[in-house]
Write a protein of this length. Structure first.
Length: 376
């Protein structure tokens, strides 16, 4: 005991990190390491090929972190002005699939313009040299139309599919009916070429009055998106109202029902929304949470560091401050486990790193970058 106390005292005196507590899940034991603190409402995480990381902060800053989590005090220059109000601000950040050759980085964000505020996507070329870190050659490749007032439901997650198309999630901006209107981009999943051009086979291209960018309709509030590691299908999750958070596979030309069908109800008064939970021609979710967990961030785990978790889907949750682990059988969720409940704060983003570990961002004025590590 005396020796243990001496070692503990030496660790404290030298400022060495204490060994994190071992946490036990049903299939893996792990520790949570805090890599970085002091992030202001971090929203999304992306890994650069050299091991460094980019983190978007909702107030409008893009931050660069070393592989060990050390935060560069200088924000990345060249980020466009954002409308940082309510749920709006700087949102997702992703690298082009051929980033090593072209250096393109994509940002989604809320932007002000004619008629109010709406989701936009910009592409910029990454430059990191002795003068600093910046985005150059910026070009807005997508603007949600029409813009509108209000500070809620902007989205937005960005995912490149295996054919190189860019998928952009849109929220309904707080007005339910917009999700079903083809002359309105709110409440839609959008698919574009990497430079913003509309693909020739988008399902509503050529339909009178419809926006050709639309890939699917009837979405309320998508905050997580990831490609299935085997099928390549785009899986998403979205917030329901009071209940009815959903996981869906987003397919071309499908209607996901909001607000005609939902497993949720109106806030406070608890009354039914639409016609109920089913209607012919409208998609059913693969999985739903009632009561709501407020999902945000999503990643399939395919690494080697947690072998018993391979093939599982991980979803962050703002409510209950937890990480949800889902076991799958094809396109069915067969088991759910809830991890970290109430321990680390609101989980905003979930990513698997190139090292095979799981990284999390917590949504707070003093947000953190966390890493889940195996105990062996």
């Amino acid at each position: 005991m005396k020796r243990l106390l001496m070692v503990a005292g030496l660790v404290a005196c030298l400022g060495l990190p204490a060994q994190a507590e071992v946490l036990r899940s049903e299939r893996e034991d792990f520790r949570v390491r805090v890599l970085s603190e002091g992030l202001v409402h971090p929203w999304a995480l992306a890994f650069l090929p050299d091991g460094r990381m980019l983190v978007s902060e909702r107030p409008g800053r893009l931050r660069l972190l070393a592989a060990d989590g050390r935060l560069d005090p200088r924000p990345v220059a060249g980020v466009p002005a954002v409308a940082a109000s309510g749920q709006g601000g700087l949102l997702d950040v992703v690298l082009h699939p051929d980033f090593a050759a072209n250096g393109w980085i994509y940002l989604s964000y809320a932007a002000a313009g004619e008629g109010g505020v709406g989701t936009e996507v910009v592409r910029g070329r990454w430059v990191s040299d002795a003068a600093g870190h910046r985005l150059e050659d910026l070009r807005v490749i997508y603007r949600q139309r029409p813009k509108s007032s209000g500070g809620q439901h902007f989205g937005s997650r960005l995912v490149f599919d295996r054919d190189g198309f860019l998928h952009i999630s849109q929220r309904d901006r707080g007005t339910m009916a917009r999700a079903q209107q083809l002359d309105d981009l709110a409440g839609k999943q959008v698919r574009l070429h990497d430079d913003g051009r509309v693909p020739a086979d988008n399902p509503w291209r050529g339909v009178a009055g419809a926006h050709p960018e639309i890939f699917s309709v009837g979405h309320r509030n998508i905050q997580g998106a990831a490609l299935h590691p085997v099928s390549g299908a785009l899986w998403t999750h979205e917030h329901g109202p009071q209940g009815g958070d959903e996981i869906n596979i987003v397919r071309k030309g499908r209607n996901y029902g909001w607000p005609v069908i939902t497993y949720g109800v109106n806030y406070v008064i608890g009354t039914k929304i639409g016609v109920g939970t089913h209607r012919e021609g409208l998609e059913q979710p693969l999985y739903q949470w009632t009561p709501s967990i407020a999902p945000s961030g999503m990643a399939f785990y395919v690494g080697e560091r947690f072998p018993a978790w391979r093939g599982n889907l991980f979803v962050g949750a703002l409510k209950y401050q937890m990480l949800v682990r889902l076991e799958l059988d094809g396109e069915r969720v067969v088991h759910e486990e809830r991890l970290l409940s109430g321990r680390e704060g609101r989980i905003r983003d979930v990513r698997q790193g190139p090292d095979g570990l799981i990284y999390l961002l917590t949504d707070a004025p003093d947000g953190k970058l966390l890493r889940l590590e195996p105990t062996r």
